[in-house]
Design a binder for this molecule. Structure first.
Ligand code: PEP
Ligand code: MG
Length: 563
């Protein structure tokens, strides 16, 4: 407060909101309500969703002994450990093998984005809080220590030195993006948790919001965490992630490479009990709440070894003239991979197209879902399965897929003499689906906007490469106001969404509509979802609490505007 006293009179000149850490903002807001100084509504509006986000990242266990090697800028909150890696390609390759890595660079640029996506966190020796590394990592919700000048990064020797220690590529270390510390070795961490005050504030937020907040999660442990954070359902369970697990991949590969339907069904029969267990776990964890399970989505070659690697191996074996024992198998595999290869796989044989070509795959998935649900119902567990069809562009695609699902469900009900209620709906992620939403709604119990693909296809920019290649530059140069993969593009994607909601509900007034693309956890995008009248947003479990607050802000702003 700035004030003056003139001839015995007090003049207030100006006031400004005090800067508070995230913890303080929550505590002050809650205390002031308890002291009857402000209303709950005011308290909710005094905390930014971004501040809640800060409180919800992994942190170093305070009891852990740590040896700090260097301190840089606390550029993006949360702590992470992983093996040091010095270039983005290698970070990506190691992460694909399931290893946790931290990307270490002198500074990053858009070429590093794919490595940042793959890494647990980022360390740079140069650059400030608004450097590329800091801004991009914050956007991704990944820990980042930036501008740690005492860290000597040697990209040629692939090592860094700090605090008299040398960390070579492949050696583990820890970063704490909340303090800026670079720490030796692997340190014990605590998962994020919600304090009593924050819980209270979020409960108040819940009383103001209209939008429900659901979570995207593939495993029972995601579901448990999501529930703890207040999720009201699972908006997206990506079933293919379960296919990628080590012990399953060989079966999945055999299934893909099967010579005919009979052989494929043999492999699918092995996958059925595994998927049934997966679904049982997630449905049980979310008892009483809806769980949207999506049928297989990515192109099949994603489950096979890379074409380039196979080519190298086969060529090497041929050149050396001593084909190894497995040579013939490799050649066959190469032929199969070449056969499945597509120039544009994101626009290729994926999503519902797979199920229309190979119905036995989705038969297996539908059976696994319904059998899991029936099994739980027999144990008196309240299950609410919803089956989602990806990449639908026409009514006929959805209608035919739905036919398979409904047929399988009836078979299971007959076999088990038990029925469960289930819904069948679709992602709206192809522009044509949004534009023909009225037709598609004839066969859909629900819509869920897949705004990752919808943004990609509406803009005609690759969700995999564009950010690294030119999109962030576009934002820097103000060609675009925001990164459309982070915040929904109101004018384009938003209009398609509005159209789809209106047309869909006209045909089917009971149609439930949500969003499960990454935008579901973004504050400004949540405000748009409120305006469009969506029923829920679905985001990663860690973003659920901030989304609850953002949904309350969005509602309160709307009520204010409509007054
Ligand atoms: C999407 O496209 O927005 C979506 C949620 O699906 P995925 O990211 O798995 O393609
Ligand atoms: Mg998608």
């Amino acid at each position: 407060m700035e004030f003056t006293i003139e001839r015995g009179k007090l003049y207030m000149l100006q006031t400004r909101g005090g800067k508070r850490t995230a913890e303080a903002a929550v505590e002050i807001a809650v205390d002031m309500v308890r002291e009857r100084l402000i209303t709950k509504r005011e308290a909710v509006l005094r905390v930014e969703p971004g501040q809640v986000d800060q409180l919800l990242h992994r942190r170093i266990d305070p009891k852990a002994k740590v040896h700090v090697l260097a301190t840089g800028l606390a550029a993006s909150p949360g702590a992470a450990y992983g093996k040091a890696v010095f270039d983005a390609d290698r970070a990506e390759a190691m992460a694909k093998k399931g290893e946790k890595v931290i990307l270490v660079r002198i500074e990053t640029n858009p070429d590093d984005v794919h490595g940042m996506i793959a890494a647990e966190g980022v360390l740079t020796s140069r650059g400030g809080r608004t450097s590329h590394a800091a801004v991009v990592a914050r956007g991704m919700g990944k820990p980042c220590v930036a501008g740690a000048e005492s860290v000597q990064v040697d990209l040629v020797k692939r090592q860094f030195t700090a605090g008299g220690k040398k960390i070579k590529e492949g050696e583990p270390f820890t970063i704490d993006g909340s303090t800026g510390n670079v720490i030796e070795g692997q340190v014990a961490m605590l998962d994020a948790e919600i304090s009593g005050e924050l819980e209270e504030l979020l409960r108040w937020a819940d009383s103001f919001r209209r939008l429900e907040v659901w979570a995207n999660g593939d495993y029972p442990h995601d579901a448990v965490r999501a529930r703890e954070f207040g999720a009201q359902g699972i908006g997206l369970c990506r079933t293919e992630h379960m296919f990628m697990q080590q012990e399953r991949l060989p079966i999945v590969q055999k299934m893909i490479l099967a010579a005919d339907e009979k052989e494929r069904r043999l492999e699918l029969a092995k996958l059925l009990p595994m998927q049934r267990d997966d679904f049982r776990g997630i449905l049980a964890a979310m008892r009483g709440l809806p769980v949207i399970i999506r049928l297989i989505d990515p192109p099949l070659h994603e489950f096979l070894p890379s074409l380039e690697e196979l080519l190298v191996e086969v060529t090497r074996a041929q050149t050396l003239g001593k084909p190894e024992k497995s040579y013939r198998a490799k050649v066959e595999l190469l032929a199969a991979v070449q056969n499945l290869h597509e120039q544009n796989p994101m626009l290729g044989l994926r999503g519902c197209r797979l199920g229309l070509l190979f119905p036995e795959i989705i038969e297996m998935q539908a059976r696994a879902i319904i059998e899991a649900a029936v099994g739980l119902k027999k144990e008196r567990v309240d299950v609410r399965p919803e089956i989602m069809v990806p990449l639908v562009g026409t009514l006929e695609e959805l209608r035919r897929t739905r036919e398979v699902i409904d047929r399988v469900a009836q078979e299971v009900f007959k076999e088990t003499k038990t029925k469960v209620a289930y819904l069948v709906g679709t992602m709206i992620e192809v522009p044509r689906a949004a534009l023909t939403a009225g037709q598609i709604a004839q066969s859909a119990d629900f819509f869920s906007f897949g705004t990752n693909d919808l943004t990609q296809m509406t803009f005609g920019v690759s969700r995999d490469d564009a950010e690294g290649k030119f999109l962030l530059r576009y934002v820097e140069d103000k060609v675009l106001p925001r990164n459309p993969f982070e915040t929904l593009d109101r004018d384009g994607v938003g209009r398609l969404m509005r159209f789809a909601v209106e047309e869909g509900r006209e045909v089917r007034p009971s149609l439930s509509v949500g969003i499960c693309g990454e935008h579901g956890g973004d504050t400004d995008s949540i405000a748009l979802c409120e305006e469009l009248g969506l029923d829920y947003v679905s985001c990663s479990p860690f973003r659920v609490p901030a989304a609850r607050l953002a949904a309350a802000h969005a509602r309160l702003a709307r009520v204010e505007r409509d007054r």
